[in-house]
Design a protein. Sequence first.
Length: 249
Amino acid sequence: MKFLAPLALAGAIAAGPAAADLTDLTDAERDAFRAEVRAYLLENPEVLMEAIGVLEQRQVAAEAERDTMSLAANADAIFNSAFDWVGGNPEGDVVLVEFMDYRCSFCRRAHPEVSSLVEMDGDIRYVVKEFPILGEQSVLASRFAIATRIAHGDEAYGEMNDALMVMRGDMTEASLAATANELGLDPAPILAAMDDPLVAQTISYNRDLAQRLAITGTPTFVFGDQLVRGYVPLDDMLQIVDAVRSETN
């Protein structure tokens, strides 16, 4: 079924505009038209690939337009939510937002590169969206991180975020508490804060926002007015930031 649109397009090229409306043809004319289309495509298969390429380009353009509209409609929730931790330069001229999951291997791969980007640039406001989607351990880790912020503040959250991104093994209350101890943080108030309604509200808020933005995986980044899905190497991130900065200046 995915080839139907390119096939019809190629057939119209082969047989001429009048033949494009098959309802006006007799059965014999319709059979002849189909035979001509088949012969044309066999002789010129590159036409089919060209048509598929055009279709894919249009789909990419339509998706980018939808993303732009969604970002504009949800800008305040994306960039200014009180639920989210903000790192980097709070007054930076470029905002980088990351939807992340502590159990996501690509989030783990991206984390040191995002940190390098923020440190190297010095003028990026970095917003973290807790978006656990990979099972119960992901949810537990996000709850613990958010509770760390409630119990010990923003600096402690930043340290915990870094630690959970490199943590090995299962994420349980015991292993998370041990991680807090390693960071010099008392785990008792963190464990108590995990039941704070703000924890569940933060995760629910980010999930609802992700649904509105059609985000289904992690990491997903927002660079200014660009939505970028999946892992992005540091060199590419640098180029995106330069492009966003040049557009706004």
